[in-house]
Design a protein around this ligand. Structure first.
Ligand code: CU
Length: 132
């Protein structure tokens, strides 16, 4: 009897983890910290209205830039990269921001970066996959 319960528990865990990694979502939750973006890979449906919760668990201000299609900011994010941004939101330390954006129509991989000086180099980089 105990074994059966254990088996069902494992089955439930497998099911839950499968749900979390399943394809594009219109509800995202992203954690910004000193200095990482979690998760580093996000996926949304093309053209969809996406709700995103940005949580800054760090001790300094962070932001979250989605770059335009085909743009890679390179080794560092600076002022000239701002015009190439698709969308951006900022979060102060301990702040949680609930906001929406419209996903790009063009399917593909988009770069995500924190635009604060030095944060990209420290590891605040990721990708947004836009799925048709
Ligand atoms: Cu940052």
């Amino acid at each position: 009897m105990l074994k059966k319960r254990y088996f069902l528990f494992i089955l439930a865990l497998v099911f839950l983890s499968a749900c979390q990694s399943s394809g594009p979502s219109t509800r995202l939750s992203v954690e910004l910290s000193d200095f990482s973006i979690t998760p580093t890979q996000l996926s949304v449906p093309a053209g969809a209205e996406v709700h995103i919760k940005i949580i800054n668990n760090g001790t300094v201000e962070h932001n979250f830039y989605i770059m335009q299609y085909g743009v890679d900011v390179g080794d560092m994010f600076d002022e000239e990269d701002i015009v190439n941004a698709y969308w951006e939101v900022e979060a102060q330390p301990d702040e949680s921001v609930d906001i929406s954006f419209t996903a790009p129509d063009q399917p593909g991989i988009y770069q995500i970066v924190c635009g604060m000086p030095g944060h990209l180099q420290a590891g605040m980089v990721g990708t947004l996959e836009v799925v048709k």
